[in-house]
Design a protein around this ligand. Structure first.
Ligand code: AMP
Length: 202
């Protein structure tokens, strides 16, 4: 399996690039933000509970997220690999996912971390707020809270995977195509290593 985490702060382009990656590489896209928004729109118990956090730019509690990721992985037993977008966002989530993959004899292949300057993140989120249905992109306080949560809880997830030598940082600024080309090169070099019996464990 080829299991990729696309990582970065809110507004770093994970959603946009994920769509292009799944089209090119045939991975199963798991966006926890999208899954939560679906639950919220359907007014399920989970969605209503999650909305309390999402609407304030806070992270939904780990136990809820770990339950979601576990059921999505169970529902997709035979696929070439997952593309995780917006998960894991805490070290506890990363440990839980690693454990789930390990039970199935797999692991995370690579984390691609997109780097974008903070003023550019805010600019992109506000721009998206003008065209999307997302209330959390329209309010500067909620945007700051989301970036704050990233610094407080999420950034450490990259250090966690760096210890296993699985992280590459790529410049997340430039045109969508330029960024996609950087990502594609990285995925190609990982898959080559996999097929040539290199060090990248599946
Ligand atoms: P996103 O679409 O990835 O920006 O996520 C939107 C919101 O959903 C976040 O601000 C969080 O409130 C919540 N969320 C999405 N993924 C996670 C996660 N892995 N852990 C906790 N909260 C999450």
């Amino acid at each position: 399996m080829f299991n990729l985490i696309l990582f970065g702060p809110p507004g770093s382009g994970k959603g946009t690039q994920s769509e292009k990656i799944i089209e090119r590489f045939g991975l199963k896209h798991i966006s926890t933000g999208d899954l939560l928004r679906l639950e919220k729109a359907a007014k399920t118990e989970l969605g209503l509970e999650a909305a309390k956090y999402m609407d304030n730019g806070k992270l939904v509690p780990d136990e809820v997220m770990i339950g979601i990721i576990s059921s999505v992985m169970d529902a997709n037993p035979s696929i070439p690999g997952f593309l995780f977008d917006g998960y894991p966002r805490t070290v506890a989530q990363a440990e839980a996912m690693d454990h789930l993959l390990e039970l199935k004899g797999h692991s995370i292949t690579r984390m691609i971390a997109l780097t974008v300057r903070e003023d550019e993140l805010v600019r992109r989120l506000l721009m998206r707020g003008q065209v999307s249905e997302r209330p959390d992109d329209r309010n500067t306080e909620v945007i700051s809270a989301r970036i704050n949560e990233y610094h407080k809880k999420t950034k450490a997830v990259a250090d966690y995977y760096a210890k296993a030598d699985k992280v590459v940082y790529l410049d997340g600024e430039g045109s969508i195509e330029e960024i996609f080309e950087r990502i594609t090169k990285e995925i190609d070099s990982c898959t080559e290593k996999q097929f040539n019996g290199g060090s990248t464990k599946t």
